[in-house]
Design a protein around this ligand. Structure first.
Ligand code: FMN
Length: 166
């Protein structure tokens, strides 16, 4: 089995729903993928130590990642090092809400923690992920937002299998 963790912050449920879809995308790739979801408030550190990939999600706050997610990275232990990392973000204002900055802030933190950052970019087909998966509010409101989350899960799971095997 190949363990993947999804670590997220969500106050009103939009990022939590994205996390469920990302997990579904991971599981769709291969029966050997094991996925566990956890919030930043209750990280399963034993599982994170075993995980080969960790996918992080948070809302956009003040055109960046939520301060709660930033605090998670600031206080995380060595369990993140060497893992493949992917990212998803919820926002309220498409075209200027700051989701890309939120993603880049998490990406910087993941690099500082020694993670292997990946999105597949525009190489893995549509919907293009660029820095990661972005949704405006609830991802079920638009098929594109749902597809981005499913695609992110699948892209990270495939790359984790390629890099680490099952
Ligand atoms: C304190 C605060 C600041 C926010 N700042 C932004 C922002 O700068 N840009 C934006 O698009 N949405 C902003 N939002 C909206 C949230 O990103 C959006 O509602 C998101 O879907 C919430 O995710 P959640 O349901 O997982 O908590 C803000 C929300 C809060 C509570």
């Amino acid at each position: 089995m190949l363990p993947i963790a999804i670590v997220y912050h969500s106050e009103t449920g939009n990022t939590a729903r994205m996390a469920e879809l990302v997990a579904e995308g991971c599981r769709s790739v291969d029966g050997r993928i094991e996925v566990r979801l956890m919030t930043i408030f209750e990280p399963d550190v034993d599982y994170l130590r075993r995980a080969k990939a960790i996918i992080f999600g948070c809302p956009t706050y003040e055109a960046s990642c939520s301060w709660q997610m930033k605090r998670y990275f600031d206080t995380a232990g060595p369990e993140l090092e060497g893992k493949l990392a992917g990212f998803f973000v919820s926002q309220n204002w498409p075209g200027g809400g700051g989701a890309s900055v939120a993603e880049l802030t998490m990406i910087a933190a993941a690099l500082v923690r020694g993670m292997l950052v990946y999105s597949g970019g525009i190489t893995q087909g549509q919907p293009y992920l660029h820095l990661g998966a972005v949704s405006t509010r609830n991802p079920d409101a638009d098929p594109l937002y749902r597809e981005r989350c499913l695609h992110l899960g699948a892209v990270i799971a495939r790359k984790a299998l390629e890099l680490f095997g099952a």
